[in-house]
Design a protein around this ligand. Structure first.
Ligand code: NAP
Length: 224
């Protein structure tokens, strides 16, 4: 059962939607979700891996692989869930369409908080119907401390509901998916940067093109 079916009838729910490609999911994402729960007094977080991510030009791991990694990474947290909603919808996923669908399926008083990277939010004007999106949810833009977000005020200046965008600094976001992919491609350790289960899945499925010597030699990518 998709977690949204389980949660949709909960009265007064404050629901975090963690949007991202999660290629792969790492500890920065998990810390971000936990911090959003605390700072915004959310009840649950639903991780929503993209199916076909908008604007992506590089090769991305399959939606099923990213869904599997997100499920394994979040399994031990009773307030973290993973939804297939965007994965199962054919074609490009637009956040405004996802929020429309969530509003249609949940009770009217449910409040949605869309959590994603600040870099992605800086491009919000290129997203589908950004004005309407900000009327459907609060947006939490997660960033690492010290990252220059000076451009954000200008980006949001003409948008109605711009007060619905919040910046949240997360030191653990010094970790990034691109850093993990690069390390794996170079045969370097990703131990403690991803959960043990995710490291095992990556090794088992030979994701991110581990060098042949490492992927066939039985070494876990968590080992340095
Ligand atoms: P991205 O460009 O791959 O990521 C931009 C930055 O944000 C990266 O530094 C990334 O780090 C970080 N990031 C992404 N998701 C995060 C999360 N949940 N928490 C913390 N940091 C995060 O962005 P993307 O993954 O393609 O898109 C992010 C979300 O925005 C998705 O849900 C996507 O559907 C939505 N989006 C919608 C539209 C639209 O509606 N037209 C357009 C663009 C994006 P990592 O690589 O380490 O994650």
């Amino acid at each position: 059962m998709d977690p949204l079916e389980r949660l949709q009838d909960r009265p007064g729910l404050r629901l975090g939607i963690m949007g991202g490609t999660f290629d792969p999911i790492h500890i920065g994402h998990l810390v971000t979700a936990e911090e959003a729960l605390l700072q915004f007094e959310l009840d649950e977080i639903v991780f929503m891996p993209t199916g076909e991510p908008p604007h992506k030009t590089r090769q991305v791991a399959s939606p099923e692989a990213r869904y599997m990694m997100a499920s394994v990474a979040t399994a031990t947290n009773p307030r973290f869930w993973v939804s297939r909603l965007e994965i199962d919808v054919p074609g490009v996923d637009y956040t405004v369409d996802t929020l429309d669908r969530l509003h249609a399926e949940c009770r009217p008083e449910v409040e949605f908080f869309f959590i994603t990277g600040a870099d992605a939010v800086l491009d919000i004007l290129t997203w589908k119907e950004p004005e309407r999106l900000l009327g459907l949810c609060e947006v939490i833009a997660a960033t690492r401390p010290g990252y220059d977000l000076g451009r954000l005020a200008g980006v949001l200046a003409d948008l109605p509901h711009k007060e619905n965008v919040h910046v949240m600094e997360i030191p653990a976001l010094a970790v990034s998916s691109s850093m993990i992919r690069e390390r794996l491609a170079q045969g370097k350790s990703v131990r403690y940067l991803v959960t043990e289960g995710v490291a095992a899945l990556i090794a088992k499925s030979d994701l991110y093109r581990l060098p042949v010597a490492q992927s066939q030699g039985g070494r876990d990518p968590g080992h340095g």
